[in-house]
Design a binder for this molecule. Sequence first.
Ligand code: PBG
Length: 332
Amino acid sequence: MENKTYPVSRRRIRSNPHIRELVSTVNLSHKDFIQPLFVDESVRNRTAISSLNEVNADSIDSVLHQIEDDLLNGTSKFLLFPVPSKKTEEHFDFSFVLNAMQRIRDAFGDTVWVAADICLCSYTSHGHCGVLNKQRNKVINDATVQILADYSLQLAQAGADCIAPSDMMDGRIEAIRHKLDNNDFDTVTIMSYSAKFSSQFYGPFRDACKSIPGNDCSLKDRKTYQASPLNGKDALFSALRDIGEGADIVMVKPSLPYLDIIYQLKQKTLKPVSAYHVSGEYQGLELLAIQKIVDREMAHTEIWTSLKRAGADIIISYAARNAKTWIEKIKY
Ligand code: PBG
């Protein structure tokens, strides 16, 4: 036989599912997932969120049932978002979420890991992530940080394993770390939403939290505190700064439009990186699946795989509770 020298490489490692599995460079595991939960003070029973397919707003009682079901499906890590029934501008009342956190801890002990989102946007009547100045055209950084640090301590006292500030104020990681350490909560972790971009993809979440910014004030968007999509370096800077202030985990958010940031951040730090596949990204896939343009399970797992390939250690997804079932089924 003629000794063929070209092509040297053939598609041998793609030729069947066994070899494709053996040579894969990404190993998806449901153990790396965090499931967001919405607890809404104004709902009595589990209520569908219309712009987030298959995601519900829960009462405190129904969230306990949800967690029970999720544990059976192999989901044990959660990110808690409160939706208080009253909006205000000052003297925030955090009792609803503190109660929710305490009830979850009492019911499930250390079988669950619960992170608490820390932000004011679901509390404020204007929808911004902090308190506004008198002219109502600017978020006041330092006063907001003080409130967030006190709020974080209260959540740690109620049983939070992790504090996850999503407000994007400067200096909040250091303030929260000090507050926790000075009160014997030195083992509570901080996951900082640090490379958080001002994005189109938060729409369904803002519906769920009733936190669209701009009500009765001239500041209509979050561009003065969230990073610009035009400046990846600024987002990376925030993440590295937050690590310097004591963040244990740094997040990139949204995820798919910012794979380059996930990749770069992973190269620049030894800290774990989390990627948040946010509400608009999730719902986009759900709508494609509803229209039968993609297979729901395959589409979500393909996106998750891309986040892992880019360098994410942890994935936050509204479909996290399906991760175990879907990942087991998937054959590439
Ligand atoms: C609050 C917050 C937001 C998200 C998480 N925490 C929205 C925002 O900044 O308006 C978005 C999550 C999602 O869209 O899934 N600051």
